[in-house]
Design a binder for this molecule. Structure first.
Ligand SMILES: [Zn+2]
Length: 255
């Protein structure tokens, strides 16, 4: 038997496991992540790649209209360019998190490079808002074995998602709206009979990953994200969903 014939399937399996651990939003292979909220009633809306002067102010107004609190995973170099916008985001009751300094694919970086990416963004946010953020999300959702430990060193919990509709594709708002339908279906199913985790102990809610910024340049066009949320927020509210920050999302619901 040719040894290579035995080795290749084994190697492919290993590659498959590493790819899963690195990229799957709910994989825990390379460290613990949070992907769900503690109650089907709680929806954690999250925005990556900001702050973005072209969209974030409009988004803050829209969220206010529905008394919605959200979490913004910020790029450090944009934080330095738009400190006022970051302060405004926090002043309106939203959480801000670390999304690295330059938005690289962390999978290929050394432990030192990963630490520098996290530290620079950490310092940028801390200096602007006067408090260190508690939550981290890796760019592209990609991890390697030293990403989450490096985040933990700085006191972070890592947040992933249950739904990522793909608002960066630049497709029409109608397409994006239909891609966000699973939130509605899940909520309708879970809440229709008054079900929640305090009743059956098993229910969880969604973490939605959207983008208010674009990692390649400031002022990216995210108008469709805004339109899709204008469509869904009143409908989700009428279903009984509460829009909470990621920290509130994982706290134990009141009995
Ligand atoms: Zn990103």
């Amino acid at each position: 038997m040719d040894l290579l014939l035995l080795a290749v399937p084994g190697a492919l399996t290993t590659v498959g496991i590493i790819a899963y651990g690195a990229a799957h939003p709910r994989a825990q292979l390379f460290g613990q992540t949070i992907c769900r909220t503690s109650s089907p009633r709680k929806l954690a809306i999250t925005f990556d790649d900001g702050p973005n002067p072209a969209i974030t102010p409009k988004l803050l107004d829209l969220l206010d209209r529905y008394n919605a609190k959200a979490t913004f995973f910020l790029i450090g170099r944009y934080v330095r360019e738009c400190p006022e916008l970051v302060r405004e985001t926090v002043a309106r009751g939203h959480a801000v998190g670390n999304h690295t300094e330059t938005h690289p694919n962390l999978f290929w970086l050394t432990p030192t490079q990963v630490r520098i990416e996290l530290r620079l963004c950490h310092d940028a946010i801390s200096n602007v808002v006067g408090a260190a953020p508690n939550w981290f999300r890796p760019p592209f959702g990609l991890r390697n074995p030293w990403v989450i430990p490096a985040a933990r060193e700085l006191g972070y919990r890592t947040a992933m998602w249950t739904l990522i509709p793909g608002d960066w594709h630049g497709k029409p708002a109608e397409w994006l709206i239909s891609r966000m339908q699973p939130i509605t279906q899940h909520a309708a199913r879970s809440l229709a009979n008054g079900h929640n985790s305090s009743v059956d102990g098993s229910g969880t809610g969604d973490v939605l990953c959207l983008h208010d910024g674009a990692h390649r340049q400031l002022n990216g066009d995210r108008s469709r994200t805004l339109v899709a949320l204008e469509h869904w927020l009143p409908r989700w509210r009428d279903l009984g969903l509460e829009f909470v920050t990621i920290g509130e999302a994982v706290s134990t619901p009141a009995p």
